[in-house]
Design a protein around this ligand. Structure first.
Ligand SMILES: Nc1ncnc2c1ncn2[C@@H]1O[C@H](COP(=O)(O)OP(=O)(O)O)[C@@H](O)[C@H]1O
Ligand SMILES: [Mg+2]
Length: 328
């Protein structure tokens, strides 16, 4: 991957300085009920900031693809509004859509077409005049240049995915949607995809990716939105999310295993683990006064000795599991 060539893309995609603070996408009161009566999106409000990587995290069936499809104008909303850089995505469909590139969840490619032709053709679909120099920049930035005359059927899985990205970038969009870009992809290819996405963001493209991999959201996102059952249940800066919701755990490895937590320690809501040889104490990592000093004092008073102890910050995974469990 040649970062310099991706940076060249930025000339084409950097947002205007004017209105830079305005969200690039504003979704309000969005509802989707499919023809069969299934209520897939429930009063979704969401704003996407210019230049960020936003991860929409949710389990299978949560409504991620539906939300993306509505924003991209592929599925009609039942109610609500989507504005893409000010353009209403229904009333001003062409303007709104031309700002967006979409890398779909399903890999569909014209197997016998060449890389060059398939990417050039995608650009034409948006009514843009041919721009071989732009196509060349994209292919080089995605290390597909050497493969430009290859038929898609001859490419590896990773290259096919990069062709999908090249197609999505062919008409110089300022926003790129990636729907589960690494679903079913091996670890190495996943890391490669992450690198490509980061470089695109650095070149000025706003990125919205959906994923059901917590690790992916944790690794990639500036902000994370969690969707479950068609509802956005949380939107947070990743760092703040980890700080605010991340509870901590203290594990004490006991000298002598316990059968039960002594009554004198009932106030700490301790858990016994590892056949009574570990005591686990959970506390809010963000709050002053964890209660650990008092706990250690009370343990001593109860005659409970420990060999060692360690603490652990809960991960996004714990938070996610809690959210999805609590609000079905
Ligand atoms: N065309 C459709 N008609 C009826 N129901 C659909 C349609 N597409 C998706 N759904 C349903 O809407 C829900 C959300 O689907 P989807 O947006 O694909 O979720 P995700 O991408 O998060 O896995 C699922 O229960 C799915 O079965
Ligand atoms: Mg999906």
């Amino acid at each position: 991957m040649a970062p310099s060539s991706l940076n060249e893309l930025s000339q084409a995609v950097l947002p205007d300085a004017l209105g830079a603070a305005e969200p690039i996408i504003r979704i309000s009161g969005l509802e989707k009920t499919y023809a069969g009566g299934f209520h897939a999106l429930k009063s979704v409000d969401l704003s996407i900031r210019r230049g960020e990587i936003f991860a929409l995290l949710g389990p299978n069936g949560a409504g991620k693809t539906t939300l993306i499809s509505v924003v991209c104008g592929l599925v009609n909303p039942s109610a609500g509004e989507v504005r893409v850089d000010g353009f209403d995505n229904v009333r001003d469909y062409r303007q709104a859509r031309s700002l967006i590139g979409l890398v779909p969840q399903e890999l569909t490619n014209e197997a016998f077409e060449t890389v060059w032709n398939t990417v050039s053709f995608s650009r034409g679909l948006f009514g843009k005049p041919p721009n071989p120099a732009h196509i060349e920049r994209i292919l080089k930035s995605l290390t597909l240049w050497d493969k430009r005359d290859n038929r898609l059927i001859t490419l590896s899985g990773g290259m096919k995915r990069r062709v999908l990205i090249a197609k999505a970038l062919s008409h110089e969009p300022r926003i790129l949607f990636l729907d589960e870009p690494t679903a079913g992809v091996d670890v190495e290819l996943r890391r490669e995809m992450w690198e490509v996405v980061r470089q695109l963001r650095d070149s000025g493209v706003t990125i919205i990716l959906t994923t059901h991999y917590i690790e992916e959201a944790e690794e990639m996102a500036d902000r994370i939105g969690v969707i479950n059952g068609g509802r956005i249940v949380l939107v947070e800066e990743k760092a703040a999310l980890m700080r605010k919701l991340g509870s901590k755990q203290l594990t004490l490895h006991l000298q002598v295993p316990l059968d039960a937590v002594p009554a004198s320690l009932a106030g700490y809501d301790l858990q016994l683990a590892a056949d009574g040889s570990e005591l686990i104490y959970s506390y809010d990592g963000a709050e002053e006064g964890s209660g650990i000093t008092a706990l250690l004092g009370d343990l001593d008073a109860a005659g409970i000795a420990f060999k060692d102890l360690h603490t652990r910050q809960s991960s996004l995974e714990d938070i996610f599991v809690d959210l999805v469990k609590e609000r079905p």
